[in-house]
Design a binder for this molecule. Structure first.
Ligand code: FAD
Length: 315
């Protein structure tokens, strides 16, 4: 079976969960092979991590110079690897960086690209959710090497040792790719909660919180979830924009999305409609969010959420 390359999404060698999800998809399509591009000394832990999730091969591009630049050198390195290995497909996490790497790779290799897939079938057919989730589109790359970026939480990581054979790869990075240098990078302040776009559970609050996010945050912590928000809550200054879900915020696709005091405007739906299970708490039984939900609770979030949190904590 041909290899399916999975570009490892990592921070200084610490592999992020969506990579393990992509390895599960890669197993369906062929032989999973991880591609680690990072700075010197970061590869060992990453290689061990992806091996646990079935990577048969780990290609390592260990180059401090690549790390010092934004995406262009990464896509150049990946393009050289694609040429060398002729994989059945390349899978990349659908982050802002992942989509840019994918787009550049597609141009360099003369291949088709599908972005923001929420599922990839065994024959490489990718499913996308488009127009704010109102259409489901299935498509297939017909030219070159299929390059597919996949949204986090689109598959479940599958533990299972692969051979994890490490192969160092030497690449040549052109001057043209070294156009945007990283001047400084600062880690986000740790909140102890999962990253919003990667979380399996998201608990969000809207204008209905009245500015009191404590019940939302307490439920999120009881569930090990990330906290999200509607734009109304962000615009009111109750929570920073990094928490905003929707058309002009982040797109999330968790296993469970709990919307609290959120009416369900189309722009909010655009960012959460592909969540697997949607629950809403709203005191207005006519709220549009209820058209979308799997489970709805009509009630005041300030009494429903503490009761729910107690019930979760009691389990
Ligand atoms: P509201 O619509 O005011 O709804 C509040 C809800 O809370 C109501 O349904 C009410 O019944 C309920 N409620 C009130 N009190 C309680 C209580 N005590 N307990 C339970 N329920 C209660 N919005 C986004 O969210 N994300 C975006 O990215 C985004 N991008 C936009 C881009 C553009 C170009 C535009 C024009 C708009 C955008 N919006 C976005 C705004 C969007 O149209 C809505 O205005 C916004 O989503 C409303 O937020 P909300 O649901 O919190 O507030």
């Amino acid at each position: 079976m041909s290899e399916v390359l999975v570009l490892v999404d990592h921070v200084d060698g610490a592999v992020r969960k969506p990579t393990f999800e992509l390895l599960a998809i890669a197993k369906k399509l062929g032989t999973p092979a991880a591609v680690f591009i990072g700075g010197a000394g970061e590869a060992a832990d990453a290689a061990a991590a992806v091996k646990k999730y079935g990577a048969e091969k780990v290609y390592v591009v260990d180059d401090a110079e690549i790390k010092g630049y934004l995406v262009a050198p990464k896509s150049e390195a990946l393009a050289q690897l694609v040429e060398k290995t002729s994989p059945a497909a390349v899978l990349i996490v659908s982050s802002a960086e992942g989509k840019e790497v994918g787009a550049r790779l597609a141009v360099k290799t003369g291949s088709g690209l599908i972005t923001d897939a929420v599922d990839v079938a065994e024959d490489g057919t990718a499913t996308q959710s488009v127009f704010a989730g109102n259409y489901t589109l299935t498509g297939k790359v017909t030219k070159g090497t299929p390059i597919i970026t996949v949204k986090p939480n689109s598959a479940s990581p599958e533990e299972g040792e692969g051979a994890g054979t490490v192969e160092e790869v030497a690449v040549t990075i052109s001057d043209a790719a070294k156009t945007a240098q990283i001047v400084a990078s600062q880690p986000r302040q740790a909140s102890g909660r999962p990253e919003l776009t990667e979380a399996a559970i998201v608990v969000s609050g809207g204008r209905g919180t009245g500015g009191d996010f404590a019940p939302v945050e307490k439920l999120a912590d009881a569930l090990g979830a990330a906290v999200g928000a509607s734009r109304a809550a962000v615009d009111s200054g109750w929570i920073p924009h990094t928490f905003q879900v929707g058309q002009t915020g982040k797109t999330v696709s968790p296993q469970l999305y709990v919307a609290n005091g959120i009416s369900g405007a189309i722009q909010h739906r655009a960012g959460m409609q592909t969540s697997k299970t949607i629950v809403a708490v709203n005191k207005d039984e006519e709220a549009p969010i209820f058209e979308l939900v799997d489970f709805g609770v009509v009630g005041d979030l300030h009494s429903v959420l503490p009761a729910l949190t107690d019930a979760v904590e009691a389990r």
